[in-house]
Design a protein around this ligand. Structure first.
Ligand code: ACO
Length: 282
């Protein structure tokens, strides 16, 4: 087909509080070109503070989640423009991955097929990840003569034990969905025909939680990983105090009230009823 227009490289729909965002270059196995990277940032911008969106799911159109960076458009063609072109296309990719990593809404990677190299950036950026048993994960960089850059080495060592990460980076062999789950790249692997239902089930559970608390909790998990114990303790106190300010629904007080006074739920067994308190959105 003729070259896809920039605005057509990403597709999305919003349904019942869930934004389903798709890499949309199935004919190129959803590899990430500069056009796709720019468009993805626009879409993320558009959805981040949209009150109709509580959870964002990132998936791929067709047989692939993402076949990594576009070897032609991201590497060869930008390299022809020299260092300014290279740095610009790196910025465009890394910017949306970083944006996703600290996104306001909870994010789920729904890996429906191929996931290679650069795809590990957005995979890691998503808070949770589910994949199809049929999916294939690979650091294929070694197979074409580069190291796993763009953060992919860091992702592998963050998510996998050292021996597994090293084998993965050096051999360039693919992992099936189930092997990826065992290695820690994703939370769970299920048959492809059950993937969307499972992700929707998890997203619906998340939608019942206080959204401001979800944002504070996911940031806390990511931030403390790089802190000393003392710094983490201190950060968590301050993050909770900031949450008390940002949560306009006063979820903490409501949660205590419904348990201690109303006796209408038990926090150990499920969440408080936020419909009695508001939406958790600013
Ligand atoms: N960059 C550029 N073009 C790509 C990429 C890519 N990463 N992946 C697929 N394509 C293109 C192919 O060149 C082909 O284009 P054409 O129709 O114009 O010839 C089209 O997408 C379809 O690809 P096929 O290889 O025909 O699809 P198939 O389903 O047989 O294989 C597979 C899928 C295994 C994903 C294969 O396309 C592949 O190996 N892609 C490269 C994966 C990879 O190593 N990515 C780079 C990781 S490293 C990094 O991201 C920094």
């Amino acid at each position: 087909m003729a070259d896809r227009k920039e605005e057509d490289t990403v597709a999305y729909e919003i349904k019942n509080g869930i934004a389903l965002v798709k890499f949309n270059r199935p004919e190129k196995r959803n590899c990430m070109s500069p056009k796709l990277n720019r468009q993805m940032l626009r879409v993320l911008d558009e959805l981040e503070f949209n009150d109709d969106v509580g959870v964002l799911v990132l998936t791929g159109e067709g047989s692939s989640w993402s076949a990594g960076m576009d070897l032609k458009e991201y590497f060869r063609e930008t390299e022809e423009k020299g260092l300014p072109g290279i740095r610009q296309s790196q910025r465009e990719a890394y910017t949306w991955w970083k944006r996703l990593r600290w996104y306001q809404k909870t994010t789920i990677a729904m890996v429906n097929g191929w996931c290679f190299g650069g795809g590990y950036g957005p995979l890691h950026a998503c808070d949770l990840a589910f994949c199809a048993d049929e999916a294939q994960f690979g650091l294929s960089e070694i197979n074409w003569g580069i190291l796993p850059g763009g953060g992919a080495t860091k992702v592998a060592t963050n998510l996998m034990p050292l021996r597994k990460a090293m084998y993965h980076a050096l051999l360039g062999e693919n992992l099936s969905g189930q092997e990826a789950a065992e290695a820690g790249l994703v939370n769970e692997s299920v048959p492809l025909d059950q993937l969307e239902a499972r992700v929707t089930e998890v997203a619906n559970k998340l939608l019942k939680k206080n959204l401001a608390t979800l944002k504070a909790s996911k940031d806390a998990v990511k931030r403390v990983m790089e802190m000393t114990f003392d710094n983490a303790e201190d950060y968590l106190i301050r993050a909770q105090e900031a949450l008390n300010f940002h949560d306009k629904t006063h979820g903490r007080q409501e949660g205590m009230k419904q348990f201690l006074d109303d006796k209408s739920y038990k926090p150990g067994l499920g969440e408080y009823d936020k419909s009695k308190a508001g939406t958790g959105r600013d």
